[in-house]
Design a protein around this ligand. Structure first.
Ligand code: SF4
Ligand code: SF4
Length: 339
């Protein structure tokens, strides 16, 4: 069911929902941007609709709500282990279509790629999603070619049109709340983009033999293995473990799960002094082929959802979409088709 709401009507809805839910959305953190005097757009808790940034892309994704940057899993003493308390309140996350598709990838990795992850599941079970419509494509987005520009699995949608909020509510228990505070019942189809400036083409015949191409070599020197591309990516799910021993009693502490990056030194270190993919070009190859080759072979769709955040943040101006577009020539190089 669709509704038109004023800003104050929308705030009344959020106030009703916040009795049971924490609300997270892209918001502006003043002066925290990469350059001086710039703001950072990332996820944070909101109380009012005006705090949601609707006209810019968030630099970090919603991922940190269901997969925190650093999460204490359990506490330990010499002979006891106790799970960390779970957040009791439920959560609503406002996100765009590409990110809603990214959620499916996170669910794949944490819920069905082997045994269910206990800590992810208990957080995930408490989260509902509100879709922010996209009227225009942002810089570096390529969601259309990745088939993620449109979503239907949301609880409600949010579009701003002519100063009002238009909402399509699919959660029957919330429909009454929207109805009470709306000025009009209307038909709402969330905005979605049908074209991006950036286009990508993944070759039909892409195969693992592309690993042997020379295309990866340029990244040995261009990439500085900072890992920023992984940290902003809504579909990167790797983590490492940290055991923290308290200083007042060295036998007591906590285990934390912390985001990790396949692009940085140390990620592949193993017992006995082994370390793999030491060159940055090899790391780039591993990341790219995971996003657009082997994940699809297993799940039927690509891991990359085309949000373009990795292109937005790379300090070396390495473009993931350009890299994808080099795969066709690379396949010709390794198969000899181009000769
Ligand atoms: S690889 Fe880049 S474009 Fe693709 S989902 Fe990750 S951050 Fe977005
Ligand atoms: S953000 Fe750029 S420089 Fe940093 S690891 Fe990723 S590709 Fe390399």
């Amino acid at each position: 069911m669709g509704y038109k709401l004023s800003s104050s009507g929308m705030n009344s809805v959020l106030s009703e929902l916040s009795r049971e839910y924490r609300l997270f959305a892209p918001k502006s953190f003043e002066g925290m941007g990469h350059f001086s005097d710039t703001d950072l757009i990332r996820y944070g808790e909101i109380k009012s609709i005006d705090e949601i940034v609707l006209d810019k892309k968030s630099q970090f994704s919603f991922k940190e709500i269901v997969f925190p940057v650093s999460e204490t899993l359990f506490y330990f003493t010499e002979n006891q282990v106790k799970s960390a308390e779970e957040e009791q309140k439920k959560t609503i996350v406002f996100l765009r279509s590409c990110d809603l598709h990214s959620l499916r990838r996170l669910d794949d990795m944490y819920l069905s790629n082997g045994p269910e992850d206990f800590y992810y599941k208990r957080l995930r079970d408490k989260v509902k999603f509100a879709l922010i419509g996209c009227r225009e494509s942002f810089e570096n987005c390529f969601c259309v070619d990745m088939e993620t520009s449109k979503s239907e699995n949301y609880s409600f949608s949010l579009d701003m049109r002519d100063g009002d909020y238009h909402v399509d509510c699919r959660e029957s228990e919330w429909a009454e709340i929207f109805k009470v505070y709306s000025s009009e019942e209307i038909e709402v189809i969330p905005d979605y983009v049908t074209e991006n400036k950036v286009r990508v083409s993944i070759p039909e015949n892409l195969g693992i033999e592309v690993s042997k191409s020379n295309m990866w070599d340029e990244y040995d020197s261009r990439c500085i293995d900072c890992g920023r591309c992984n940290f902003v990516c809504p579909t990167c799910t790797c983590f490492t473990m940290q055991d923290i021993f308290y200083t007042d009693n060295g036998k007591v502490g906590e285990r934390r799960r912390v985001w990790a990056s396949c692009m940085v030194d140390g990620f592949t270190d193993v017992a006995g002094g082994g370390s793999y993919r030491q060159k940055n070009g090899q790391r780039m190859r591993f990341k790219v082929l995971h996003k657009v080759l082997d994940y699809k072979q297993r799940n039927g769709y690509h891991m990359c959802t085309g949000c373009g955040r990795c292109d937005d943040v790379c300090p070396e101006y390495i473009s993931f979409s350009n890299t994808i577009n080099k795969l066709e020539a690379a396949m010709k190089e390794v198969t000899g088709d181009g000769k």
